[in-house]
Write a protein that binds this ligand. Sequence first.
Ligand SMILES: Cc1cc2nc3c(=O)[nH]c(=O)nc-3n(C[C@H](O)[C@H](O)[C@H](O)COP(=O)(O)OP(=O)(O)OC[C@H]3O[C@@H](n4cnc5c(N)ncnc54)[C@H](O)[C@@H]3O)c2cc1C
Ligand code: SF4
Length: 466
Amino acid sequence: MPRKRPNKVDMPVQPPHERKKNFDEVALGYTEKQAMEEALRCLNCKNARCVEGCPVGVPIPEFITKIAEGKPEEAYKTIFKQNTLPAICGRVCPQESQCEAKCIRANKGEPVAIGRLERFAADFAGDKELTGAVAKKRVGRVAVVGSGPAGLTCAGELARMGYSVTIFEALHAPGGVLLYGIPEFRLPRSLVEKEIRKIKDMGVEIVTNVIVGRSITIPELFEDGYQAVFVASGAGLPKFMEIPGENLNGVYSANEFLTRVNLMKAYDFPNNPTPIYVGKNAVVVGGGNVAMDAARTAKRLGAKNTCIIYRRGMEEMPARREEIDHAQQEGIEFKTLTHPIEIMGEDGWVKAVKCVEMELGKPDASGRRRPIEKPGSEFTVKADTVIIAIGQSPNPLIRQTTQGLKAHKWGGLVVDEDTMGTSMEGVYAGGDVVTGAATVIMAMGAGKKAAKAIDEYLQSKGQRLN
Ligand SMILES: Cc1cc2nc3c(=O)[nH]c(=O)nc-3n(C[C@H](O)[C@H](O)[C@H](O)COP(=O)(O)OP(=O)(O)OC[C@H]3O[C@@H](n4cnc5c(N)ncnc54)[C@H](O)[C@@H]3O)c2cc1C
Ligand code: SF4
């Protein structure tokens, strides 16, 4: 038997000098030949540790075997049974810290490129009607609040079981962060729409422009005949640093910046009505995926110098390694161990960011080494656009308008981790509204867990209408 290659088959990408000027997808995906070659690296382990690392339990060796055998549609069907958003997960999941982190092949060389293979199978299936059998009988009514990955997954699972599910979405289009946060060059909008269409094909109804807590409350949803509610409203409230100058013109939260560009097409002003200003020098504060996305977007919108300011070191950055590498290749500068203390302005507009140097002390509660200011190390960085990407927390509207719904001090809803049940009977919650800003696959895992618990709850109450 020929020796298996130690490293992943490379995935073609757009060259950095071209891609930094356009919003087209950076990573181009495997061809069928490349996918088969990569799939052959899998050992098809009996005790497949990769599956333990997947929060939605995709049968990884089975689908990879099907790709190796030249049956990508079969591979897609295998994945779709456990994961209703494979084209999305294949692109944005942090596989390096989940399934691929557990892959046995990583003991010698690189793990199998599970994410790239998942993406290949999903893209190959494309528009084909491959959603699989869905129960025809509708056995009960469930409302879902929010159409991000948690809401979509819970709704899809419940539809599969035969429930009649309605998703209520505050914005005019479904998808949550997948649509308005993650930029087109990492996750094309058409692809998100395609995966949502497949969930609709399973019988899920999506009603947009409805803000739960304003247009209708959770108790009113029960009065309208819904027998359970799943709250998946995400963490859309941006955090600020609370330093002087944050209200100057030219300062954005990453949330506002990316929503304007991705959802409201600010890059196409005046053909689209939303403007955005990106000057010559753009500074992004933060070290997560959101910061990388904001910096790379600013670069594409014409910023000559774009720099990321992060208070810890490169090693501690929470963003995916691949995104950091892509940002560096596109010419984004990284100022690590640096912390902004003031945003300076002139005539109401940003002109510079005053920073201090940091050093790392002992690990803090997060397990990462705590950054400490170096006295007397102030310096300034020129800036005419500043984007703050230091985290988001859940919007308080739902907990403020729903009596009896318990929340933590920081805003996340309190749930039983086994069932995702909240302090209110029949109300479940999951995704970023429970954990704070996390990942797509964690949100999907919570959606699946909640769907199972909602089914058990309705059956135990005799509310499942057969
Ligand atoms: C810029 C950016 C890049 C990211 N990159 C990655 C990545 O590469 N990989 C990764 O795994 N994760 C990434 N994440 C994180 C990931 O997107 C989130 O963890 C995930 O989307 C959370 O899913 P969710 O369903 O809980 O919430 P969301 O995706 O936030 O969806 C919540 C939905 O609820 C709606 N809503 C809110 N309030 C109401 C209401 N009152 N009534 C009705 N609807 C409401 C919102 O409009 C939204 O559509 C990124 C996040 C951002 C912001
Ligand atoms: S652990 Fe790695 S080699 Fe083993 S089945 Fe999973 S992907 Fe294949």
